[in-house]
Design a protein around this ligand. Sequence first.
Ligand SMILES: CC(C)C(=O)/C=C/C(C(=O)O)=C(/O)C(=O)O
Ligand code: FE2
Length: 299
Amino acid sequence: MIRYKKLGYIALNVTDVERSAHFYRDMVCLDQVGEINEDVAFLSSSSDYHNLMLNKSDKPGLKRIGFELESTKEWENAFELLKKEGYDPVEVDKEERALLKIDKAFRFRDPNGVTFEFYNKMMQRAKPYEPSPVRVLKLDHVVLRVPNLQDTVRFFNEVLNFKISDTRHKPDGEMYFAFMRCFPNPFHHSFGISQGDDLRMFHIAYKVEDINDIGIARNRLINLDVPVIFGPGRHLASGSIFMYFLDPDGLTLEYTQDMEEFPEENPREPRMLDHTLRTTDLWEGASDPRIGKVGHVEV
Ligand SMILES: CC(C)C(=O)/C=C/C(C(=O)O)=C(/O)C(=O)O
Ligand SMILES: [Fe+2]
């Protein structure tokens, strides 16, 4: 069974790389790494060379999702397993790995055609990450909307060995959301999947240190007319305090704090959670219709 270290990086498509790179650097408080050019920019929220890649495109949204595996051995096992299961993993060439500062990587597509990259390790930065004024701790999770939730959850659970932390259900009992962790990473979810009419990126989330960071971020965003579209509130599922806002293309971002962690041995059973607003937000705040609206997925 595949073992992971973490959600490693997200490659986004944006319409104006320079504008978005400045936003993620100055408003989200990530470090810009290397030079920004009109086609690509890298940003980091840890000692990793990058956790966010911005690519020029006229369709803003998701390009691919990168997961770091627990070890090189795990990476080799994962490659063999996906090959055996018929998912046609393809190794990333040397030139691209040099750009990404990654040692070994392969890509494959999930049942929806979304590109995933599994890699063994990334170059570490000499300069420590000292985020300010919003203390971002890490890239936390990504949530997708998919047309076939059941098949997608089955693939991530049974083939990729992601564990289900909780699910949400409509009044008739049908599941419409699954929170998944990349085992044995302890965090409640690094990947969320929602039932949708089409394939779309719902949001990406960064973990911040504490509630003060969410308060500081809220005021900074509002002062510069960045739409804050939901929260601060508290999600029942992971127990985290959240706030959602929009990037310059209208992509949804979330700051999150204080998420439940699971032990590797004897974790609690996944819960069936209901569809009510109180489960989405224990503080029962109102969401804005722009949430998750923009988020084309490159397939
Ligand atoms: C909007 C959904 C269905 C929800 O309940 C989200 C919960 C959480 C969480 O519990 O942390 C998220 O992070 C999320 O998907 O944004
Ligand atoms: Fe989230």
